[in-house]
Design a protein around this ligand. Structure first.
Ligand code: NAD
Length: 320
């Protein structure tokens, strides 16, 4: 098999020593979250991603009710490359049956995930969507349980994920320094909402790595539009579709513009985009390579910013 594509940029992740590809592979689509994906297409997408230099693969037991972990595990095994050539992140605490951030549940959860993924360890284990849990439990019970998993060699690094940005400061202000290695934020560093930017100096000061997911705002910034379950307001959905139509009219692609916007902030270690075809992998890696060579399309960006101005930084409720 060909070695990794040399040109896709690698970026350090906080104090972990890991270097992540600037484009990361979001495997929620492999759980059929955005429509059905055959195992053949899933395998081919993961293979092409690795071939083009993507080394970060993110999943969760929640995606497709464990399906994403199983499909990703098979596809990674089929690569037949040494385990240290790719980084796997999965999550704990969120399941199709509901949320459970207890020490007992997350301790069992990693064994279940490792079995589905066919791995001996994951690189990053993240508490999934902690705004749905009790944040004091995350600080006092969940993260200490994850530290034991670190000591046992089942995970290398600890992360937390969620939508509201205040959850990150709440937890990071209360855990010993160096306990939480990485945060995964989503839908807060894309053209329509860039509020994550304000948190980056704080995260850097703590040495916490930043992964930013959903650069396409979970489908809002695509020509075909978001899935049925998308939580955005009708106003936000229609503004994003107007922006997509504007780009199309100019012979441009909103998703490429959105990828390049998110990738241009180098304090973000990896931009995690959900992909369910070889074509999407190729397009998203090409967007990164083009950005490195030619820079952003500032003209199209300023037009799209003007269209999205009335809904800029608009988000939706998440959590309890
Ligand atoms: P996204 O913004 O990455 O959008 C994904 C959608 O865009 C899918 O329908 C995909 O098929 C489509 N797409 C991808 N590339 C495209 C292209 N070039 N042209 C047109 N369409 C394209 O949203 P996402 O998948 O929700 O987020 C990315 C990943 O981040 C997830 O798969 C998951 O791994 C992670 N994530 C984690 C959390 C969390 O922990 N709470 C939340 C959201 C996302």
């Amino acid at each position: 098999m060909a070695l990794s594509h040399p040109k896709l940029e690698l970026r350090p992740l906080g104090n972990t020593g890991l270097k992540l590809s600037a484009v990361g592979f979001g495997a929620s689509p492999l759980g059929n979250v955005f429509g059905a994906v055959t195992e053949e297409v899933a395998n081919a997408s993961v293979r092409e991603a690795f071939r083009m230099g993507i080394n970060l693969f993110d999943t969760s037991p929640y995606y497709g009710g464990t399906l994403s972990e199983k499909v990703l595990g098979k596809a990674l095994k089929a690569l037949g490359v040494p385990r240290n050539e790719y980084v796997v992140s999965t999550k704990c605490g969120r399941y199709v049956e509901g949320f459970d951030f207890s020490a007992d549940r997350v301790t069992r959860s990693i064994d279940e995930s490792l079995e589905r993924l066919q791995l001996d360890y994951v690189d990053i284990l993240q508490c999934h969507d902690i705004e749905f849990g009790n944040l004091d439990q995350i600080v006092n019970e969940t993260i200490p349980a994850l530290q034991k998993l670190k000591d046992a060699g089942k995970i290398r690094f600890i992360g937390i994920t969620g939508l509201p940005l205040r959850i990150f400061t709440y937890v990071l202000d209360r855990v010993p320094p160096g306990t939480v290695d990485v945060i995964l934020s989503y839908c807060h560093y894309s053209i329509n909402d860039s509020t994550l930017e304000g948190l980056i100096p704080y995260l850097k000061s703590k040495g916490v790595g930043v992964i930013s997911a959903s650069p396409l705002a979970m489908g809002l910034l695509t020509e075909s539009g978001p899935p049925e379950w998308h939580p955005a307001s009708p106003e936000l959905k229609s503004s994003c579709q107007a922006a997509a139509a504007y780009c199309k009219g100019k012979g441009k692609n909103i998703s490429k513009l959105a990828m390049q916007y998110s990738l241009s902030n180098k304090d973000i270690s990896s931009v995690l985009v959900g992909m369910n075809s070889v074509r999407q992998v190729e397009e998203n890696v090409a967007a990164a390579l083009e950005l490195a060579n030619a820079g952003k399309d500032d003209e199209a960006l300023s037009e799209v910013n003007a269209i999205l101005k009335p809904v800029k930084d608009q988000t939706w409720p998440s959590g309890i």
